[in-house]
Ligand binder design. Structure first.
Ligand code: PHE
Ligand code: FE
Length: 307
């Protein structure tokens, strides 16, 4: 989503913001993955798969099965796309890293999901900055097999242009962040996860669902668009949708023009803040963020003393 530098390996300059879409696409080169890389996938897969029941929503789990995503190997996008196309008309295309907003929106509008072509190194099993094939293929792709979510994602891509016209792209990206990446959903069995940023991390899956630290609030589009977030740490607030139908109704079927007008003038909310209008499902203790801030302070004091 954000623009990063050049992908040296592919000779693609990712600071080019508005090239034809195939400029950003690469061959997944599936045959070139080493057995160690397939093994990395397997380790990540196994760690997550066992904890998913009771954590992930059923639509996601169904997708994982229907698309035949297995622990044995990194998915071959050619095969995965064939299945996905027959279910919802989506395909998976390989990209060398995070691509700029404009082509990102356009690909989604075309029902093409851009996915990292590489897998994280063994040394960074828990956290990487750039989305790799595990985050994208395991985290995102399964839910694209759900018809309602599939339509939401396409409509989201189409929404890019209007947001750009209103200089509200970052606000629209917050909607992606709090739904596609970090969304929770209410079910008869309790709250479950559908966000890929959560589902590709065992730590965040436990944290998002079971920990007392973060807030869990009912989904609200304008509230989300006014909310700042941490992009490199566990979230302090998660938003909970009632259903994918509700998500679609409140976004794809709503006209964002009146919302965008005046949005940039309205006050913003901090990541951990709760407002009078929120429907609070769980009020976070903030314990994790406090502990983290205390550690940070200690570190700085030590660095000061060392200097
Ligand atoms: N309906 C929104 C608009 O009028 C567009 C949108 C669709 C936004 C789907 C998000 C998701 O701009
Ligand atoms: Fe993602």
């Amino acid at each position: 989503m954000a623009d990063l530098g050049t992908s040296a390996e592919h000779g693609i300059d990712l600071t080019n913001k508005d090239m034809p879409l195939d400029y950003y696409m690469v061959d997944q080169n599936w045959d070139q993955f080493t057995s160690e890389e397939h093994g990395t996938w397997g380790l990540l897969y196994e760690r997550m798969r066992n904890m998913l029941p009771g954590y992930a929503c059923k639509e996601y789990l169904k997708g994982l099965d229907d698309l035949d995503i297995s622990k044995d190997e990194i998915p071959d996008f050619r095969r995965m796309s064939e299945r996905l196309k027959s279910l919802t008309g989506w395909e998976v295309v390989a990209v060398p890293g995070m691509i700029p907003d404009k082509p990102f929106f356009k690909m989604l509008a075309n029902r093409q999901f851009p996915s990292g072509d590489f897998i994280r190194p063994r040394a960074s099993m828990d956290y990487i900055k750039e989305p790799d094939v595990f985050h994208d293929g395991f985290g995102h792709v399964p839910l694209l097999s759900n018809p309602v979510f599939a339509d939401y994602m396409q409509a989201y891509g189409e929404a890019g242009q209007k947001a750009m016209d209103h200089k509200c792209v970052n606000r629209l990206l917050r909607l992606y962040w709090f739904t596609v990446e970090f969304g929770l959903i209410q079910t008869d069995e309790g709250i479950r996860i559908y966000g890929a940023g959560i589902l590709s991390s065992s730590t965040e899956s436990k944290f998002a669902l079971k920990d007392d630290s973060p807030n869990r609030l009912k989904f609200d589009v304008e509230r989300i668009m006014r909310t700042k977030y941490k992009y490199d740490d566990l979230q302090q607030t998660y938003f909970v949708i009632d259903s994918f139908e509700q998500l679609f109704k409140d976004t794809a079927e709503a006209d964002f023009t009146p919302l965008y007008e005046g949005l940039l003038q309205k006050p913003q909310f901090e990541a951990a803040e709760i407002t009078a209008d929120d429907v609070v499902l769980h009020k976070g203790t903030g314990a994790y963020a406090k502990e983290k801030a205390a550690q940070e302070k200690l570190k700085q004091a030590q660095e000061g003393a060392d200097a």
